[in-house]
Design a protein around this ligand. Structure first.
Ligand SMILES: Cc1cc2nc3c(=O)[nH]c(=O)nc-3n(C[C@H](O)[C@H](O)[C@H](O)COP(=O)(O)OP(=O)(O)OC[C@H]3O[C@@H](n4cnc5c(N)ncnc54)[C@H](O)[C@@H]3O)c2cc1C
Ligand code: SF4
Length: 334
């Protein structure tokens, strides 16, 4: 598989990168580590006329901690995040999620957190070579009018398989998006469109600049299931956050449960999360109930398009949620 032809540019300041995006947004793509983008280009899934590389933008690689938040530059490597003391301490779910992404080669040499959040949704009917896809009718995501993953579906049901996005949503992270002369901050939960073809609420002229994780003095955990422990995307995963009630150390004051790899975007389960408020950190029955609820909710969105059977993935939602809740509750952070 060969890369299509493209122009390449490597701006050395953020301003130059934003100027380039303003001029070429629709025709350009940001190149961070390339471990998602270049694979898709090789498969003929997209052919941008210009790649704007972040390689020279070292200023976008940082992890800073202040009183209220951890700020991570979008170009920061997964390896730096895994090694970060503040992330391990204040955002354990993200640290674990980054450890699970791909393999050491992806984490150390190429993959970035920004690229992880912005990797395209996936589907095993679509993430195939151009030759494979040429032998059958095009699906919605390929410009056609059918979906192989769900009969008679009028839309694309491709799945968000980003490990990082699920952990960050559990941590209630915010994203800073920059464009020429403008900057805005959005909650990661509002960043997903639930559209399988255009999954992010982001303009082509915008660049993801920073990820902000609030420091809440809370415990978090991440669990995932994949075929192999490395070089495999999650087929179901869960990120959770548990915060103690003010003045009542053994009682949950706030919970956030997020399930991933089951829908077009990570699923924040508001009802199941709210039901944990007021429960004890040792109430394993409440955790099981939350896991079962998460399974029922997530099952309505999932389609058979990322591996394993749909029935197995749905059943494993409860298991991943319960494991993550038990891990967070037992982490000693509450
Ligand atoms: C074998 C293999 C296994 C993998 N396993 C996993 C896995 O288990 N879990 C997982 O989550 N991912 C996995 N991945 C996907 C990918 O490696 C990671 O998500 C990685 O973190 C992507 O980062 P990147 O910097 O390489 O992104 P890139 O490929 O450079 O970019 C991805 C997308 O984001 C856009 N983009 C990147 N940065 C910015 C920015 N700052 N602003 C605007 N747009 C931007 C690009 O234009 C592109 O569309 C795997 C990939 C491979 C090849
Ligand atoms: S979910 Fe359906 S439309 Fe979307 S990529 Fe898969 S087969 Fe194509």
């Amino acid at each position: 598989m060969r890369l299509p032809q493209f122009n390449y540019t490597g701006p050395d300041t953020l301003e130059k990168a934003l100027d380039l995006l303003a001029a070429h947004g629709q025709d350009a793509k940001i190149l961070a580590g390339g471990t998602d983008l270049l694979v898709r280009m090789k498969k003929g899934l997209l052919a941008p006329k210009m790649l704007i590389s972040l390689k020279a933008l070292k200023d976008l690689s940082y992890i800073q901690q202040d009183k209220d938040a951890i700020r991570i530059g979008a170009r920061t490597s997964l390896a730096d995040i895994i090694a970060s003391g503040p992330v391990q301490k204040e955002a354990a779910a993200l640290s674990t999620a980054c450890e699970k992404i791909g393999a050491a080669t992806i984490q150390h040499f190429r993959g970035t957190l920004g690229g992880n959040i912005l990797q395209d949704n996936r589907c095993f009917h679509y993430n195939q070579s151009a030759f494979h896809r040429s032998g059958r009718q095009a699906c919605h995501k390929d410009g056609g009018k059918i979906c192989y993953a769900r009969d008679e579906s009028d839309r694309c049901n491709s799945t968000c398989q980003s490990d990082g996005a699920v952990a960050l949503m559990a941590l209630d992270a915010r994203l800073v998006l920059a464009s020429k002369g403008h900057e805005r901050t959005v909650a990661i939960a509002d960043f997903y469109t639930t559209d399988g073809i255009l999954p992010f609420a982001m303009e082509p002229t915008e660049l993801l600049k920073e990820i902000i994780i609030p420091i809440q003095g809370a415990a978090s955990a991440y669990q995932r299931l994949a075929y192999r422990s490395a070089i495999d995307y999650p087929i179901v995963c869960a990120g959770v956050l548990l915060k103690a009630d003010t003045g009542k150390k053994d009682t949950i004051g706030e919970a956030r449960i997020v399930v991933g790899a089951m829908a077009r975007s990570p699923l924040f389960l508001a009802k199941e999360s709210a039901e944990l408020k007021g429960k004890s950190f040792t109430d394993t029955q409440a955790f099981q109930k939350a896991g079962n609820g998460a399974m029922n909710s997530a099952s309505t969105f999932a389609v058979h398009n990322v591996g394993a059977t749909l029935e197995y993935r749905c059943a494993m939602v409860a298991e991943m949620v319960v494991r993550a809740l038990n891990e967070a509750a037992g982490s000693g952070k509450n």
